[in-house]
Write a protein that binds this ligand. Sequence first.
Ligand SMILES: [Zn+2]
Length: 136
Amino acid sequence: MDCIFCAIVAGAAPAAVVYEDDDTLAFMDINPVSQGHVLVVTKEHYRNLYDVDPDAAAAVMRTTVHVARAVRAALQPDGMNLFQSNERAAFQSVFHFHVHIIPRWIGDELRLPPRVQRVEFSVLRGIAARIREHLY
Ligand SMILES: [Zn+2]
C-alpha cells in the first residue's frame, strides 16, 4: 500500500487513534507541529480537495468539530488552527484528503511551513488517550 493514510485506515500501519466512525478516522500526527496535533482523514482515498466527495469532506468536518472540542478540553490551548492543504505548492505532503487540528499557545512561534517535531508513539498514545476522555 503506497498511501500511508490508507495503510493506517486499514490497520496496516500504526497510529495513535483518537476517534473513528464509518467515514472518518482521527489520529495523532506522527510529526506534530504542536502538542495535540491531530489529523482527520476520510476512510476512502481521495487525493485532496479537488477530487474528494463533498459528503466525505462534510464527514471530515463533522469529526473535526467533535475532536477539536475534545482537544481543547484535554489540553486547554489558547487557540486552534485548522489547516487543509492541496498540492505541493500549498504544503500537501500526504496525498490523501485530511484536515489538521493544530492547538496553539500564545508565544508558540508557529510559522508556515511549520517545523515538525519527532515524537514517540508512546507519547502520542498518551495524548490521544487524554483527548478521548473528552469525546462524548
Ligand atoms: Zn489514501
